[in-house]
Write a protein of this length. Structure first.
Length: 275
């Protein structure tokens, strides 16, 4: 996230979400930030150059979500499969994480952003884990935007971890095994305190979810953009939100007469329905 957030964000254009009903805005947006390597290759630069350029898109997306009143933004920064990439690329990513944390946390905190890191954090070096923990503690009370950064994360890992936590809860006598269901298990997943993902965006032209938020995105609207992540800006995000607003969301039911689909089943207070 090179640079800084604008202290006084400019007014939204007429075609923005300013006049859009709240029911037509996503509460929770998740993004697979794909295309950094290809963006760099097209410019005859190493992949690390693309990752640095992608920080600008991260900053623009956070600012756009703050301006639009989006409740939660979850970014897929580093998957559990990314460890298989070349060692120098992984090292460059870790360095970027450290620098971004040192540079951006205070400003994000000032804008009311709550930072959370989700994934198996134990795999990271102690220095990086310490910075992650410090960022989460410092911003924990903020409520303007929940910014979740998925690192060493995989949807299958999340499911397996939730099952393990549920099993441990039964051993402690907190819940009977026979009583385990979607509602009781949901609290053990990452992001359990947030609304389910409404809008799932992937940049870079690929059309797959790549093991990201498999549980949380069960009813998401999927939006695939050909734009490579470093070029993804506020206008690109607006197009995704506009497309979201045009879709009819039924969740296994019927669209109401008003033309408004009902809200997504929220695993925090009920089990999901079957489509």
């Amino acid at each position: 996230m090179e640079g800084s957030l604008n202290s006084s964000p400019p007014a939204l254009p007429d075609s923005s979400d300013a006049d859009k009903p709240a029911s037509r805005l996503p509460r929770h947006i998740a993004i697979v930030m794909d295309g950094n390597g290809r963006w760099a290759k097209a410019r005859f630069q190493p992949r690390s150059f693309g990752h640095r350029a992608g920080q600008k898109a991260v900053r623009a997306t956070i600012e756009s979500c703050l301006r639009r009143g989006i409740a939660a933004l979850t970014l897929f920064a580093f998957s559990s499969e990314n460890w298989q990439r070349p060692r120098d690329e992984v090292g460059a990513l870790m360095e970027l994480f450290l620098k971004a944390l040192d540079r951006e946390v205070d400003e994000l905190h000032g804008h009311g952003v709550r930072i959370d890191f989700i994934g198996d954090l134990c795999a990271f070096a102690p220095a990086l884990r310490e910075r992650m923990t410090a960022a989460m503690e410092k911003t924990r009370a903020n409520g303007k935007l929940a910014l979740n950064i998925a690192v060493n994360y995989g949807g299958r890992w999340d499911i397996a971890n939730a099952v393990k936590q549920a099993a441990m809860a039964t051993q402690r006598g907190e819940v009977a095994a026979a009583a385990l269901d979607e509602k009781s298990i949901a609290r053990f997943f990452c992001l359990a305190d947030l609304p389910p993902v409404d809008l799932f965006i992937r940049t870079g032209g690929e059309q797959r979810i790549s093991n990201f938020l498999l549980w949380q995105a069960a009813y998401s609207e999927l939006y695939f953009s050909d734009v490579l992540w470093p070029d993804f800006d506020a206008d690109c995000l607006q197009r995704a939100i506009d497309e979201f607003a045009r879709r009819e969301r039924r969740f296994g039911g019927l669209v109401e007469k008003s033309g408004q689909a009902r809200s997504v089943p929220d695993s925090r207070d009920q089990a999901g329905s079957q489509e």
